[in-house]
Ligand binder design. Structure first.
Ligand code: B12
Length: 499
């Protein structure tokens, strides 16, 4: 069998190593022939894919799909493959199909879905197709039977050290790896690496939960270091973005890795939980900073302990702890990058608006404690965490997902995916406007450190111009700042485009 692996374009995104399809390629290496097409590196991927399908006897089209802009390529392309090359089997993997299997499979042009890790599932699917075996025996799979999705068993997460190394040399045959190592505020040649899967927590707004169900497994520090060292020595990487959902689950793993990477003089970033890292010793935080860890992404979510409960945030996270931890990170010079989820359902429209205003006030408090704190604002975009109070409340309020894949790429739903306008029945335009106006004023008052093209005086100008609005909470219709950000600064938002 011959496989074509496709990574759809992720908006105007600086290229990063496509770890989703590279992880899949790692288990095909030496067993199946495969071709990689990266939508981030093709002006128009269709002619490239069409030519391979016409000339290379491709049996399986494998596509990774997360919500948002990637859908705009994944959906029309897969449909066109079904129309033009009906004999080709189509397989989707990643967070979108894993969270929305029914609408994908009932489209008629997605045959199978890999629901979670693909390293064991995909080769077994291929063997089963080759031998006309029982599809129901393939793990981590979703397929249609009598027009209804059937989910197969989810085995325990594999030991990440036993998984094969990523086939960078094979990727290099298709796309120069150097082109994936972009300039960011972390470094001139920033590599993306994924060293663990899943997350031990079950926050009811997070799409990782239905897939990994509070399971987490990580590579050993030695394996991570070996891969990073390869990217540094062979391809000149000088910085790392760890794309794990939760890199810092284990203090020992993180600190042991820091000890290994310290001598390489690389700067790095990763994602973590506030309560987990507030449990770290001061010496551990210092070791991480000394080893180049300059910024860490955290889900702060809200300044309300009651709302944290509603979100099933779990652990010990609280508003008080967030403030304490923000001050701790300032002392060790690690930049906290906090994402907030605003606009959850409330008992009344007034309650929803009051919570938004309270979270705005809380964010301003954090900025007083540590002005370097980076803030990312998301609007709550429902994820089907079945059985969670939040999702039942969301459904009860009348929220419904699109019924077809074509509807998912309608403009209003792209904004949904980008967590910009979630189409949730309780959120009024005035609430969305307040959040987006505040975001504009905040980004002017404290432009992100990650937008490396901004000069100091540009930063000073927007900071001065936005001061009165920020101090006096006069966020409404900040058109002058919006104009400056879009026309003069061409302001970059890391949550949309990566660093
Ligand atoms: C890198 C990344 C990006 C990159 C894009 C990368 C790209 N594809 O080119 C950037 C920064 C652009 C990005 C943007 C966004 N992202 Co993003 N992103 C990630 C991140 C951090 C890593 C993905 C990755 O490489 N994982 C490593 C691989 C190995 O894991 P994997 O993808 O799960 O793949 C495994 C399995 O799923 C399966 N599999 C996956 N695909 C396939 C395909 C086949 C054929 C097979 C057989 C198997 C298979 O096998 C793989 C190996 O086990 C994930 C979180 C995460 N840790 O996964 C979020 C994540 C996918 N992103 C998310 C979101 C929401 C977005 C944004 C919409 C955010 C925003 N508001 O703007 C934007 C979208 C805009 C856009 N630009 O497209 C969410 C999706 C949530 C959801 N509702 O489904 C995630 C889960 C983060 C989160 N915790 O919420 N993102």
């Amino acid at each position: 069998m011959k496989i074509l692996l496709f990574n759809p374009r992720a908006a105007k995104y600086k290229y990063r190593i496509p770890n989703s399809i590279l992880a899949v390629a790692s288990v095909l290496e030496g067993r199946y022939e495969y071709i990689i097409v990266d939508g981030n590196r093709e002006t128009d991927p269709w002619p490239v894919i069409e030519k391979y399908l016409r000339t290379e006897q491709i049996d399986v089209f494998g596509c990774t799909v997360m919500p948002g802009p990637q859908l705009k390529q994944a959906i029309p392309l897969t449909r066109r493959i079904r129309e033009t090359f009906p004999e080709v089997v189509t397989v989707w993997g990643g967070y979108f199909p894993a969270n929305h299997p029914k609408v994908c499979l009932q489209s008629g042009y997605v045959d199978y879905i890999i629901n979670g890790p693909g390293e064991a599932a995909f080769p077994q699917l291929l063997r089963t197709l080759e031998n006309s075996g029982d599809i129901g025996q393939v793990p981590n799979l979703v397929f249609l039977r009598d027009n209804e999705p059937v989910k197969t068993v989810k085995p325990p997460l594999p030991d990440q050290d036993e998984l094969p190394d990523l086939p960078y040399d094979s990727l290099n045959r298709f796309y120069d790896i150097g082109g994936y190592l972009g300039k960011t505020f972390l470094g001139n040649r920033t590599a993306a690496y994924h060293s663990s899967v899943g997350c031990p927590f079950t926050c009811s707004f997070c799409a990782v939960v239905p897939v990994y169900e509070a399971r987490w497994k990580g590579q050993s520090p030695d394996k991570i270091y070996r891969h990073i060292k390869y990217l540094k020595d062979e391809h000149g990487a000088d910085a790392i973005e760890f794309h794990d959902n939760n890199f810092f689950v284990s203090e020992k793993r993180a600190v042991d890795f820091a000890r290994l990477i310290e001598k390489e003089n690389m700067r790095w970033w990763g994602e973590a939980r506030i309560d987990t890292m507030h449990g770290y010793r001061d010496s551990s935080l210092k070791k991480l900073r000394d080893a180049g860890c300059v910024m860490i992404f955290f889900g702060a979510e809200t300044g309300s302990d009651e709302v944290l409960k509603k979100m099933d945030k779990g652990g010990t996270q609280s508003a008080g702890q967030i403030k304490e931890f923000t001050a701790r990170l300032k002392r060790v010079d690690i930049i906290p990058e906090y994402s907030f989820v605003l606009g959850l359902p409330g008992d009344s429209p007034q309650a929803v608006m009051e919570q938004i205003e309270a979270d705005i006030g809380f964010i301003k408090e954090l900025k007083l404690i540590n002005p370097a704190t980076e803030i990312i604002l998301y609007l709550y975009s429902p994820v089907a965490v079945e059985g969670s109070e939040l999702y039942s409340r969301t459904r009860a309020a009348g929220f419904r997902y699109p019924r077809t894949l074509e509807e998912w790429i309608a403009p209003q739903w792209e904004q949904f995916d980008l967590r910009r306008n979630p189409l949730t029945p309780w959120l009024t335009p005035a609430m969305v406007r307040l959040i987006q106006d505040f975001e504009t004023v905040l980004n002017a008052r404290y432009p992100t450190v990650s937008d490396t093209k901004l000069s100091n005086w540009q930063r000073r100008v927007v900071r001065e111009l936005s001061g009165w609005r920020y101090r006096l909470n006069r966020f409404s219709h900040p058109w002058e700042l919006r104009l400056l950000q879009s026309r003069w600064l061409r302001y970059r938002r890391p949550e949309m485009e990566g660093f």
